[in-house]
Design a protein around this ligand. Structure first.
Ligand code: UDX
Length: 436
């Protein structure tokens, strides 16, 4: 099938590569010439397992190419719109500038029977506003949200756990759903749930899934706050409640909370959209979810300050991690980096290390000092704070060895990923999140 992918950011680049890997002929289109050039040269624009391999293979097979000319979308059976919907600079709502620009640019090149599949995360109601112009061009609009997790994005794109397609309730809608079934044929043949619904439900599936995940994390972090004043241990608590299959242990990892390019902005945009719809009270809890989440970053900073007996100025603090989560080089709204920035703001001599995200972190926060080598980061540290649970720190960092490098054996585990007993027996003062 001939496919176009409009917008080659995180979602689009992965989607284009994934679709080519299952045998479609794909053109990825982006207004950013540099991005198009580097993708065309086979350079993956970010760190994501298997992305480089599939990009190289797609280009070599001739099935995948990139262009900055939207006219190249002409003749594609499905046009996937994958542009970003960032948080507005002056508020919580989603900025739809890129979505509107993509649709405006694409419309002249649509042919009768084409399917436009919106994958961007948009406020509920957007698809029904966009549909008439697509219909005027003789094409049909489907809303087909993505659920990519960074670090698993290629796998999630090639083999998703469900496919959701919002279409109009008419013959054109049936045509769009059938064509998307054909586009996703390996998943369909495998029996992956393929849910055909209306636009509003499809849009809401995406934001409500993210709202649920964010709520689950903030729930356990709220329990962490209670644990901290009662002497309870939040990790044991999470293990215990997680055994209840109705609750489940996943996404009950207490720590410095969620960040990244999706959850924070998506829950804010959802709350803002609900307020516009006169239903603000229905998701008012998301404001609390956000507030709990942001408090955990401050808590980690407080624990470091405590570890330094309140005298932060000029103290060397080793920050292990910059990415918002492991297996990613993404630092957008990274709780890890925010902890580092705040400590620097308090006058600490902060050194940040990360296996993948240093370049991105430096671009965003050039005022921080970065060190690629983990041991060099630890050298002479007055306190260590672990903020991204990379295997390099969680599994591979030996507390006895680390203890020979630092000035003071004080560690704050912002992700509750170390074994406190092991670290304490190696002479460290260990503090986790949600523990006495
Ligand atoms: C998320 C959704 O999971 C995905 O379905 C959606 O398409 C995009 O947003 P992602 O942003 O890649 O994906 O990250 P995710 O794995 O969900 O983690 C988000 C944040 O929550 C990270 O900062 C992570 O460290 C944090 N987290 C996760 C916790 O603090 N505790 C947990 O138990 C799990």
């Amino acid at each position: 099938m001939k496919l176009s992918v409009i917008g080659c950011g995180y979602l689009g680049a992965v989607h284009a590569v994934a679709m080519a890997s299952i045998g479609h002929e794909v053109v990825g289109i982006d207004v950013d010439e540099r991005k198009v050039q580097s993708l065309s040269q086979g350079i993956a624009p970010f760190f994501e397992p298997r992305l480089q391999e599939l990009l190289t293979a797609g280009l070599a097979s001739g099935l995948l190419r990139f262009s900055s000319d939207i006219a190249e979308a002409r003749g594609s059976a499905v046009h996937f719109v994958c542009v970003g919907t960032p948080q507005q600079a002056d508020g919580d709502r989603a900025d739809l500038t890129f979505v509107h620009a993509a649709f405006d640019a694409l419309l002249p090149y649509l042919s009768s029977g084409d399917v436009v599949a919106g994958k961007s995360t948009v406020p509920v109601g957007t698809a029904s506003q966009l549909a008439p112009q697509v219909e005027q061009a003789g094409a049909v609009l489907a809303w087909n949200p993505e659920f990519l997790r960074e670090g698993w994005a290629v796998q999630d794109a090639v083999d998703p756990d469900r496919l959701v397609v919002g279409v109009p309730d008419n013959a054109a809608g049936m045509h769009a759903a059938a064509r998307l079934r054909a586009a996703y044929y390996p998943s369909v043949e495998k029996g992956t749930p393929f849910i055909v619904t209306d636009y509003a439900t499809a849009e809401l599936v995406k934001v409500s899934a993210n709202a649920f995940l964010a709520t689950k994390i903030s729930f356990i972090n709220a329990m962490a706050e209670i644990a901290e004043v009662t002497g309870a241990d939040v990790t044991t608590l999470a293990d215990a409640i997680g055994h209840d299959v109705r609750i489940g242990r996943r996404f009950l990892g207490a720590g410095i909370g969620f960040g990244g390019g999706c959850l924070p902005k998506d829950i804010r945009a959802f709350a803002a959209r609900a307020e516009e719809l006169g239903r603000g009270e229905s998701v008012a809890f998301l404001r609390e979810v956000d507030a709990i989440n942001l408090r955990r970053r401050a808590r980690a900073v407080d624990l470091v300050v405590d570890a330094l007996d309140g005298a932060v100025l000029g103290k060397r603090v080793a920050v292990l991690g910059a990415a918002f989560k492991p297996y990613s080089d993404d630092v957008r709204d990274s709780p890890a980096l925010e902890v580092a920035v705040r400590l620097k703001g308090l006058g600490a001599d902060v050194v940040v290390t990360d296996p993948a995200a240093i370049d991105n972190a430096r671009r965003m926060h050039p005022q921080l000092a970065y060190e690629a080598d983990r041991d060099a980061t630890l050298a002479g540290a007055d306190a260590v704070v672990l903020v991204t649970e990379w295997d390099e720190y969680r599994r591979e960092l030996d507390p006895v060895h680390a203890g020979t490098l630092v000035s003071n054996r004080k560690i704050i585990d912002g992700r509750n990923c170390l074994d406190p007993a092991v670290w304490r027996s190696a002479g460290w003062t260990y503090r986790g999140m949600g523990q006495a």
